[in-house]
Design a protein around this ligand. Structure first.
Ligand code: PRT
Ligand code: ZN
Length: 296
């Protein structure tokens, strides 16, 4: 029977920009994947989870239909689908921090541009007609949308459109095609999406375990464990400086009256500037170490 009701299913991109990151995330969440069942699926050895390897464009459908309980997909692809299928049953449960890009409107170099009003009555080529339509509606500008499935950046030179609305990451594709970014429509990154299909209590518990572990992996990426020594009169100032640390542990140092060790989990990046401020506030022997696993 497919999908097997005794296992969870997650749809991830087979090949492309999100594929490796998606597999890495699952590995970091402790999911050990056995050799693929075939090209399209693989089974986790130590978790009741099957992986389905698909085109990113199909991931929202799999999750909305409940064929997969989870999916990892760009927010751009998901929102384009959601705008076309407002009844679709899924929720974004985590932003994953990879696959970052922006959807921008760009026009040919040398063309004039004076704000969104310049788009009025123009033709804009895009693979994201609904996200673009939403942007134009909010800007109160009527323009005609030319939907293309690829090679959008060629449209202005081919005379098919006056502007394009496409994904930009480094900007090299725009440059290579003589295009200049004019508007930022939308910022995207990969997200973990979850189906609203009801699960048995047993499977629901596994789904919670999986999302909990993924939250843990994401929290760990930003977090650091910091240890330092300080005199009692510096403690208040030092705990104020520690970024994103609540309730640090303060331990007396053996044989050094009035001196303490402070240990804390910082939920934000610790920069050299922060270390310098800690030192100036009286901290010494400062150690910052990565956290391997975390469960809140
Ligand atoms: O085969 P499949 O359908 O699964 O893959 P795909 O070819 O549709 O998607 P893929 O792998 O290219 O992208 C998957 C997701 O990665 C996208 O939906 C975005 O969420 C995200 N992403 C991040 C990007 C980019 N960066 C990106 N740069 N998606 C596409 N691009 C393309 C863009 O379309 C343009 O052609 O790269 C070009 C621009 O890049 P720069 O660096 O030149 O600006
Ligand atoms: Zn695609």
């Amino acid at each position: 029977m497919f999908p097997d009701p005794a296992r969870l299913h997650i749809a991830i991109q087979k090949n492309g920009r999100l594929a490796d990151y998606s597999q890495d995330l699952l590995r970091e969440a402790g999911v050990r994947v056995a050799k693929g069942i075939n090209d399209l699926a693989a089974r986790a050895e130590n978790f009741p989870l099957d992986l389905l390897f698909v085109r990113d464009d199909d991931i929202p459908t799999f999750v909305a239909d409940g064929v997969c309980d989870f999916g990892i997909v760009g927010r751009n692809v998901l929102d384009e689908f959601a705008l076309a299928h407002p009844e679709a049953g899924f929720d974004v449960v985590a932003a994953l921090g990879f696959g970052r890009c922006t959807l921008k409107i760009a026009g040919l170099e040398g063309g004039s541009y004076d704000g969104a009003e310049s788009l009025r009555g123009k033709r804009i080529a895009t693979s994201y007609p609904r996200i673009l339509g939403d942007f134009l509606a909010r800007a109160g500008v009527a323009a005609s949308i030319v939907t293309m499935n690829g090679a959008v950046e060629l449209a202005p030179r081919l005379g098919i459109a006056d502007f394009i609305c496409d994904i930009v990451s480094t900007g090299a594709t725009l440059d290579a095609n003589g295009l200049v970014a004019r508007e930022t429509v939308y910022a995207s990154e990969a997200v973990l999406v979850r189906s609203r299909r009801a699960l048995t209590p047993g499977m629901a518990a596994f789904a919670e375990q999986l999302t909990g572990r993924i939250d843990g992996v994401l929290a760990t990426k930003e977090s650091k464990y910091i240890m330092l020594n300080a005199a009692s009169e510096s403690l208040a100032e030092i705990t104020r400086i520690l970024p994103g640390a609540d309730a640090p542990t303060v331990l007396p140092l053996h044989g050094r009256p009035g001196q303490f060790a402070i240990h804390a989990v910082c939920q934000e990046s610790i920069f050299w500037e922060t270390l310098q401020r800690l030192k100036a506030a009286g901290a010494s022997a400062i150690l910052v170490v990565p956290i391997e696993k975390m469960m809140m």
